[in-house]
Design a protein. Structure first.
Length: 319
């Protein structure tokens, strides 16, 4: 490892983020505070040449200024494997282009860089589907293209949440009750008439009183406070992007039990920063691509989760 850690961040356009809320920016502040050298790229700046992972990288400095939060230097093409750390923070959707990007990052990893989160894990651990690896921790869930099976699941449980496998921020999430005359059009829309997989989960009424809680894991260990996202009275969705209110609460014994079952497996797979979505007693999603919630939890509990992550990365680099 070089004397000064060199970190590459791959993210959505930094000029378009909301600096007061952005978790990636919080990570970058923590890395810069540790004296690390920062470089910036977007997904479109990555490529392969004769098996070598390359990127057009711009030197980056960040500032605690809501009007002028970053400065970029002159970009140059460089070999990604020669950097110490690569933070993959591109938001979903998890599409074919995202998969191609994980191939490039896997080559960068094999050529010497530590990629957070690990690119193979990013491919293998879809936010919705990966709940199937922990059925005892998760709400009853059906993933299918069969609209008839969806209807039977809804009849069995009486009320269900239906959503696509590649969405984020509460997009295209429906709550249906058995007998709802809209159920067929919802199933048709989500599956594109049986040609795409979608998810149906038993509705968890605890979301009304306890919210949809995001628990962050750093190298398998939970941050001691959860981001508690309370839906608006007129909405079912516990997503801040959909208008939910951000609150926070300490982790309870069930949260810690779920983290103890899921966290070590994720950490062993190189997933250093993960968000578990918990409603009541159950995990509903396992977020590995670009988990958020740092700023809200930090502000409400006087924490510095970005520093926790950078310290965990530093330990990996020196191990």
């Amino acid at each position: 490892m070089s004397a000064r850690v060199r970190l590459v961040v791959i993210m959505d356009p930094i000029a378009s983020i909301k600096p007061a809320k952005d978790s990636t920016l919080a990570m970058l502040h923590a890395a810069q505070a540790m004296g690390w050298e920062l470089f910036y790229a977007e997904q479109k700046h990555l490529g392969l040449r004769d098996g070598v992972a390359l990127a057009r990288l711009a030197p980056l400095q960040v500032a605690d200024n809501l009007n002028n939060w970053f400065t970029l230097g002159t970009p140059n093409t460089a070999k990604l494997g020669e950097f110490d750390v690569i933070l993959m923070r591109k938001d979903p959707p998890f599409d074919t282009e995202y998969i191609y990007t994980t191939y490039i990052l896997e080559r960068a990893r094999d050529q010497g860089a530590r990629v957070i989160n690990d690119p193979q894990g990013l491919r293998d651990m879809n936010e919705k589907v990966y709940t199937a690896w922990f059925p005892d921790c998760c709400a009853p869930t059906l993933i299918t293209r069969d609209m008839g099976a969806m209807g039977e699941f809804l009849k069995e449980h009486g009320k269900a949440v239906c959503k696509p496998l590649d969405g984020m921020g509460g997009r295209s999430i429906f709550v249906l009750e058995h007998g709802d005359k809209n159920r067929n059009v919802v199933f048709e829309t989500l599956t594109e008439y049986g040609s795409r997989y979608a998810m149906v989960q038993r509705y968890l009424p605890e979301i009304v009183t306890g919210g949809d809680c995001r628990v962050l894991l750093v190298d398998g260990e939970p941050v001691p406070f959860a981001l508690q996202r309370m839906p608006e009275a007129s909405d079912n969705r516990g997503n801040l992007a959909a208008g939910a209110t951000a609150m926070s609460r300490p982790l309870n014994s069930r949260d810690r039990e779920l983290c103890a079952k899921i966290g070590p497996k994720l950490a062993a797979a190189g997933m250093l920063f993960v968000g578990l979505d918990i409603i009541g007693e159950y995990v509903t999603e396992i977020n590995v691509t670009s988990p958020t919630g740092i700023r809200e939890i930090d502000q409400k509990n006087n924490l510095n989760i970005g520093a926790l992550l950078m310290n965990a990365i530093s330990r990996k680099l020196t191990a």
